[in-house]
Design a protein around this ligand. Sequence first.
Ligand code: ZN
Length: 373
Amino acid sequence: MAYTVPKLKDFSAAALDKAAEKLLAALERESAEITAEADWKTFRDRWMARKNGVLTQLNDLWLKAAPKDAKRDVGQKVNELKRQVEDAIEAAQKKSGGAPLSRLESDRVDISLPGIPRKIGAEHPVIKTMNEIVSVFRNLGYSVQEGPVVETDYYNFEALNFPLNHPARDTQDTLFIAGQESKPQSERLLLRTHTSPVQIRTMEKIKPPIRIVIPGKVHRNDPPDASHSPMFHQVEGLAVDTNITFGDLKGTLDHAMKALFGSSVKTHFRPSFFPFTEPSAEMMVSCFICGGSGRRGSEGCRPCKQTGWIEILGCGMVDPNVFEFVKDNGYDSRKVSGFAFGMGPDRIALLKYGVDDLQLFFQNDIRFLRQFA
Ligand SMILES: [Zn+2]
């Protein structure tokens, strides 16, 4: 029969000892029967439960019921029994293999399980190419500058010496923001057609000398095909200082091409025209696919159209008219000169990775992109 706390009539020391003995015998008997964690929980609740547990009954039936002159001795006895009960419960818990607290049990994490692998991705081939170009110029001491993709007519055209009737301003080429007609021409918004507005924005902020490289996204109203896209990328550079000559331009770009495509490539300049540079040039590099021979085995080299040369960038000496727009910040064309250049990393990535369709770069097909990871 299960142990129940008896009411005491006699609160003498001898009677207390006898009652305590019976209680401890019951405690020992019940704890000996525990084999599983569930048994232990029942045991714990029976002895410790706030409502009607054995310890609570001891308090009510022995301590509270004790006459005044016996209270002190009964209190000591009850406290002693409490400790013994608590010790027994703790010992029984270890024996049953239970966790110290049931909440910890449900929160338990199995740290021996393997983790969940997360794929971290890789650089897009175009971004990778841009970063490579930028780092070549960073190593030459150029700093990186960026600017807004939505530009004003002033920064995109006017301050870069594009006359009002220049064909590049035509809606065939430029994507204009709608509803700008009420503004003066120079404040009308458009999607920048080149990264060159950042040249003006930087020269407004920083006095000469400057050396900057400008990577970024540009837009033109070109229908997408294998070599065109309405959105593409540019990396452009600008150096302004006293006594900058065309020789500095050639030396800098020749070095950059060797850093990008290998030390054996040759560079070649031929005259060209850009509104913001004078004189202007197109630069070719010897084909890094066929080594400049124009042939690959018995076949002609497609990327260089069998010429052995690939047109890679536009460049030139900054037109004094451009400096006029920033002359208040120290760009006096009689004292400073500079060169600028710009190239298309999308096209360079096409050549470098032997991809024959520009659209593949922008379709985000993971099967295609994974090859460059
Ligand atoms: Zn070639």
